[in-house]
Design a binder for this molecule. Structure first.
Ligand code: 5GP
Ligand code: ZN
Length: 122
């Protein structure tokens, strides 16, 4: 059962627990709508995660009502990339669902940089 409280927090969600401070994380950005922190298993010299404070299971669960939040996440990813000096370029990834490789069911943007990325991804 996915218990979601009135604040939009899912009690059994890893990233909601990180947002609540129950699980420690290394912060890089925070505002009313989202939180950015270092990935625990970095796949590039810079590997950050940016998540909405509201529990949304995946990009597949979003709709037009979420457009401003999604826009906020994208523009903040670009702002964080500038702060992280990723002027040579970077990659923003949103793994979605099982085939998309999503392992944590709380919407998140990966911000990867500091090395050249390959295409196509695996
Ligand atoms: P996904 O595979 O769902 O797109 O990405 C989940 C990401 O969360 C992975 O890159 C994984 O390394 C990261 N992750 C999993 N558990 C933790 C944790 O406890 N703390 C942090 N900071 N990152 C985590
Ligand atoms: Zn959550």
């Amino acid at each position: 059962m996915n218990r979601t409280s009135y604040t939009g927090v899912a009690m059994n969600c890893l990233f909601c627990r990180i947002l609540q401070g129950e699980i420690p994380s290394q912060p890089v950005y925070s505002d009313d709508l989202c939180y950015g922190f270092a990935d625990i298993q970095p796949q590039a010299p810079t590997h950050l995660l940016l998540i909405p404070r509201r529990h949304i299971r995946s990009l597949a669960e979003t709709s037009a009502e979420d457009a401003s939040l999604l826009g906020h996440l994208m523009t903040k990813a670009a702002e964080i990339a500038r702060q992280q000096n990723l002027s040579g370029g970077y990659r923003v990834v949103v793994n979605t669902g099982e085939n998309g490789g999503q392992t944590v069911e709380h919407l998140h943007l990966h911000l990867l940089g500091g090395r050249a990325m390959h295409w196509p991804p695996g």
